[in-house]
Design a binder for this molecule. Sequence first.
Ligand code: EPZ
Length: 433
Amino acid sequence: MDKFIIKGGRRLVGEVEISGAKNAAVAIIPAVILSDEPCVLENVPAISDVNISMRILREMGAEVTPLSATSYRIDATKIEKCCVPYETARKMRASYYFLGALLGKFGKARVSMPGGCPLGDRPIDQHLKAFAALGAEYKVDQGMIDLTSEKLTGNQIFLDVVSVGATMNAMLAAVKAEGLTILENAAKEPHIVDLANFLNSMGANIMGAGTDVIKIRGVKSLRGATYAVIPDQIEAGTFMVAAAATNGNVLIKNVIPKHLESITKKLEKIGVNIEQFDDSIRVSVDGPLVKTSIKTTPHPGFPTDMQPQIATLLTLAEGTSIVTEGVWEQRFRYVDELRRMGADISVDGKVAVIEGTGKLMGAPVKACDLRAGAALIIAGLAANGITEIEDIFHIERGYDCMEGKLRALGADIEKKSFPDEAVASEKKKAITA
Ligand code: EPZ
């Protein structure tokens, strides 16, 4: 088992380069299936969710050739199987994009129910509703979702909830369906626009991505393309908060400042200085941090995927802050871990009340999901003493070399491997002590 060991209290200073966006890459990789020619993807983050996506492609018969640490040539014309088994699908939520891509290309798909971060109930009814509207039939059998269709035909689809996954899956399935698909109440996140741009670069006809009505006119075939994934909005936001939490001064490079607006505005309210440039942002602190209220909502609101990180920052601010989670049912599971580090947070349903104590103390803690893990890293960097974070595989699902990037900014963080037996005996000692 691997852990991060952080000696807190060091200011982050310097420059950091943001990687490609996880939530764009995990949709764009399956989208390559729709192309009749090989594609080249660039600015792909080196994270385990990408590795799993590539493994799924290979297992189906695609040829995946790394060209560099961040670019791949993918030839999906050789795909023979339309099935993503339980063993791989359960490892990540985004395996559901193989449903839309396989259905759009072959008119059929068999994909295990997806895994992913435990954030409460995560239904996929809206994905299935969209597939059905296009003419597919589905059944769930032995934990596998089976989609079949004689022919996909464009239709009007109204999503009952704003869903990133259902919006992207509907686009993947509709891109080659005959006629016009009008997708209403669509999600507007930057990764939706990125997927549409990639599909359009292959010859698709998608208009309106980034607004709540997306129009997709079906095309007969898609050609190969070379495409660079957008920078990761949430990785950038995480480094912005980490810089603020350590009273640091960091230039965050390879970002799209427009995508960071809601995060920037909140940080400014908290007392953080932000300077924006064309493709970078400088974050610094020269005064006290102050309380604020935040509610997470779909884009362009404050992103739920930044909620644990900003809540951690607010434990260091003066006054009482209120954080309301507006997307997921259970996104405060990390709070118990922050309390172990001295945070004063009470949670009632979807609302957390944070009494800023101005300081945190190092402690052994456990990451319960990806962004919770990022929040614990931030807490560890700001805390007095040593923080040991367990279950860092969650963090590695979505952050490209987080510890290396932090070390380059002056953090004292290292990844240590502990043989499982030793961990078990350590735990036993802790229980019996
Ligand atoms: C995506 O999840 C992201 N994951 C999540 O990022 C992110 O938190 C979320 O969007 C919201 O921005 C990926 O892109 C792989 P949704 P997704 O469908 O698509 C309800 C991270 O940390 N809903 O937009 O699964 C759902 O329960 C992760 O990077 C339905 O009711 O989220 C939720 O309350 C975690 N029926 C809301 O919609 C459906 O069919 C938004 O979910 C689908 C969703």
